[in-house]
Design a protein around this ligand. Structure first.
Ligand code: ZN
Length: 335
């Protein structure tokens, strides 16, 4: 929990730990119990030499999204506490059971998707307990939060940021500022549960509800660790630290982002084989054929049509799909 005097306070305490002024601590923090299953998270606290805000960066909420994980490893190694104002809290691998077993989307202990159970429950299943611990210890003390994601093992995606509106004008404005300085080519500004995107239970929505501006930043996918993708995430993270006044200088911007107002996730309504007919980053018109569904003999069952005018943000690249399985994500463009 946060035991300091708030933003600008001298030292933040996370999971009972703090780093000395101008120093850093790394610890493996146990999570869970014998009853629900046990694991751990790697925690890094970097305490700047000067006072300032607290910024939290997490990755590996989905354990096979490696670009964000690698970005936080490098940030931990490269950030110089002497140049930093405030506290940086890093959790490079939130979902350790999924990372260790290379599981897409869910945690193998209870088969739950961590990014659908926030704010979690201290008396729940392993994934719910993990979510509750993150909310109390990492989100609680933070002045901003960035949740680094990418396409999972079976997804290709075009880089984008997501903000979920909380209805608190100041929090939402600061989240949008974070999304802009993260400098990815697309920003999804999601209007909470009113939208068609199934936003229940995300870390960023729970953080925003608690007054902490938060964004999801998505880069990379398909289990690959490409240098250009790590550099994109790193650029965004450094810009956020400059925007927060924690590093010297101003954010540098390279993109004029497209803003999408909602996200639709077309699903398969059959068990079968999926052939996407669009690529990530492509614009589609409502009604366009965006893919084909075949049966297990290779015969066409039906085409899949775009549900709206939009931008293809991610695509399921594994042909194996089941009923209710997500086929792609389309960012809605007005008009
Ligand atoms: Zn993810």
């Amino acid at each position: 929990m946060d035991n300091s005097a708030g933003p600008g306070g001298p030292v933040k305490t996370v999971f009972g730990l703090s780093a000395p002024l101008g120093g850093k601590v790394e610890r493996l923090i146990p999570v869970g119990s014998q009853a629900v299953g046990q694991s751990f998270i790697p925690l890094v606290i970097i305490q700047g030499a000067k006072p300032g805000p607290t910024a939290a960066f997490v990755a590996g909420v989905h354990g096979a999204e490696y670009v964000g994980i690698e970005t936080l490893f490098r940030l931990s190694r490269d950030l110089k506490p002497a140049e930093l104002a405030g506290t940086v809290v890093l959790v490079p691998i939130v979902n350790m059971p999924a990372f260790q077993t290379r599981r897409a989307f869910v945690c193998p202990i209870d088969e739950k998707n961590l990014n659908r159970v926030f704010p979690g429950r201290p008396d729940g299943t392993f994934t719910e307990v993990l979510a509750a611990a993150l909310m109390a210890e990492v989100v609680g003390p933070a002045d901003c939060l960035v949740d680094l994601h990418g396409g999972d093992l079976v997804e290709d995606l075009t880089p984008f940021c997501l903000c979920e509106e909380s209805g608190q004008a100041d929090v939402d404005r600061r989240a949008m500022d974070l999304a802009r300085v993260f400098d990815l080519p697309v920003i999804g500004l999601i209007r909470g549960h009113a939208g068609r995107w199934n936003s229940g239970g995300t870390l960023v929505a729970a953080a925003a509800a608690g007054g902490v501006p938060a964004i999801i930043a998505e880069v990379g996918g398909q289990g690959r660790l490409l240098e250009e993708d790590v550099e994109r995430h790193r650029h965004g993270v450094m810009n956020v630290l400059r925007q927060m006044g924690m590093l010297p200088g101003w954010p540098t911007l390279t993109t004029a982002p497209v803003i999408v107002s909602d996200m639709i996730w077309p699903q398969s309504d059959v068990d079968g084989v999926f052939y996407p007919h669009v690529k990530v980053g492509e614009r589609v018109r409502a009604g366009t054929v965006i893919g084909l569904l075949h049966d297990y003999f290779g015969n066409l069952i039906k085409p899949v049509h775009a549900p709206a005018n939009g931008l293809v943000m991610f695509v399921t690249t594994s042909p194996a799909v089941m009923r209710h399985g997500t086929l792609m994500g389309i960012g809605v463009l007005e008009g």
